[in-house]
Every structure is written in C-alpha cells, then in structure tokens.
Design a protein. Structure first.
Lengths: 171, 171
C-alpha cells in the first residue's frame, strides 16, 4: 500500500476478527518497531510478543482498558528499563512512542488494525511475561484484522482542527 | 512509495541539500503527525513550523546537538504542555514520539530526510517561537532532502540483533 494511505488508514481497532496474523507479517510489524530511532541510538526497548490465547487473556487483565487484548491476534508489549531518572524515563517513553507508531503504520499497510493498552498492574504483567525486575511495560499494542469494516483512509479524523495545531513560524 | 520501503528508508539525515520542501509536501508531513493517536485522544501537542533561515539559525542554538537545524529546509518543533505531573509528562512524551515517527515516515515516503534535535534551552526556544509559559518543546525534527545519497531501504541497520530485541511469549 502507498505510505500515505497506510498512515491515513490507521485507526484505533479494538474488535478483531478470528483471522490470525501470519508469521512473516507479524515479523514485518516487529521489524518496523525495531528500526525506529532512539535517543543516541540507545535502543532502550524490547518487544514481548504474545499470540497465545491464555496469555492474551491474562494480559487483558493488567488494566481496565486492556480487555481488547484478549481477542487480539497478537499483542506486542513494549518493555523499557524501569529507570528512576525522570529525564531518562521521558526519553524512553518518547522512543517507545516512535517504535509503536512505526509498528502501527506497518500493520495498517497490511490491513491489520491496532489498539493501545496501558499497563496498570506492572507486577502482574512482569509475572505473565517473565520480565526481570529492572524492566517495565511502557505500553501494549494489540493487533488483529478488524471485526467490522476494513481499514481505509479516514475522511473525518477526530482531531483538533489542523489549522489550530499547526503554527507557522510563531505560536 | 510502498509503506514498507518508506519505513526502511528512514534514516537520520543531518546534512541537507538546498532544495526546499514544497508546501503540499510539508503539509502532508504535518498531517501525518496531526493524525497520530494520543492517550484518550487528548492531543497534547502542537507543531510550530520554521522554514525561515534566520529563525532556523536561532533554533539551532538551543542545544549543542541541534546545529543541523540551521541548514534544514524546515524544522517542526513539537510542543507539549509544561506539565509537572510525572505520569502526564510520560504520556505526552510517548504521544510526541508517535507524532514524530509518523512525520518522519511520511517524509521518507517523499524522499525527505529527517533528524531529531533536543531542546536544551527551553527559555530561549520559547522566546524564538513565541510560546506561552505553560508550553514547552518536547523535540525538534529537522527535514530536508539529503545532501549526500538519496533515501533508500537500509540494508544494514545499526540496531541490536532483532532476535535479541524480540521475545516470543516470554522474556
């Protein structure tokens, strides 16, 4: 798909069909995240991929807004160091956001929807995934083919007006 | 360009040709950032766009690693609320990262390179851009056509091994 179409077709998808994501497509999505840049190329992020129904069901319980994870075809947990420095944490979150966006655009290109989920209960997520204590979950991203309408470029995105968000030269 | 090619062709570009970015292309890049998702769709981000040579020169001095901004065709400053809550700041940084990645992929699709720059001197950046006190610069992204080789899918990305970054089901 053309890049501009994939970017415009990405939307928040939380209801998935039963269709699995084949392994080459899942790896392509992960590679997009792997290629994303990071501060000083420090690459403070790992991806734990779950496509096991039982494990997905457990992950769906680490936050009230994560229920869609249970029915996803696969969910990627973005893991960053459990750093205590505020500036380090902000850089790692920024970089995690870059990786997640790249994965979602790569998925959109394949017709695969995506939906974020926060991680509220870090201790529980650590147990489910076997994470060491010095790592934490920044975000989960659930992937799957949409249960309803296929992805297509959005015509009326729910955003603040473009002319309000973009400032030319001065605020 | 195909999405997967645009994702793989993005690289850190800090030396730019004199070729300007035309207005429709610059707006497409900004729209990609505008469309990026955010926590609860709160859209805590604004974009200030600079393509004035004098202003770019001033922006290049807000951080030691921002010199490439001076010679960019255009630089987008991603602005977020100057929030004091740690969790709010992390969410806004994550969302800023998503917007920046979308802009860089949209640029890559057009053959336009991109290079991040931090903002060290927030007070100075605020003066240059006319930002209110309750806003701060999360990051700058410089855009321009590469001075050297055109963008093309990378064959040897400088990353930790894919098999080390990606964990299947368990850490």
């Amino acid at each position: 798909m053309e890049t501009w179409d994939a970017i415009r077709a990405r939307r928040n998808v939380r209801a998935y069909s039963d269709r699995p994501i084949n392994q080459p497509d899942l790896e392509r999505i992960l590679r997009a995240g792997w290629l994303a840049p990071s501060a000083s190329n420090r690459q403070h992020r790992d991806f734990v991929v779950s496509s096991d129904r039982d494990q997905l069901g457990q992950l769906a319980e680490v936050w009230q807004g994560a229920r869609h994870v249970a029915t996803s075809a696969a969910t990627v947990v973005v893991v960053i160091p459990a750093s205590t420095g505020a500036r380090d944490r902000e850089l790692d979150q920024f970089d995690a956001g870059q990786a997640v966006m790249a994965m979602m655009i790569a998925a959109s290109d394949l017709g695969i929807g995506s939906g974020h989920a926060s991680v509220g209960d870090q201790a529980r997520a650590r147990r489910i995934l076997g994470l060491p204590e010095d790592q934490e979950c920044a975000y989960m991203v659930a992937f799957g083919y949409p249960a309803d309408r296929p992805l297509a470029p959005l015509t009326k995105p729910n955003r603040r007006p473009f002319a309000e968000v973009v400032h030319w030269a001065k605020w």
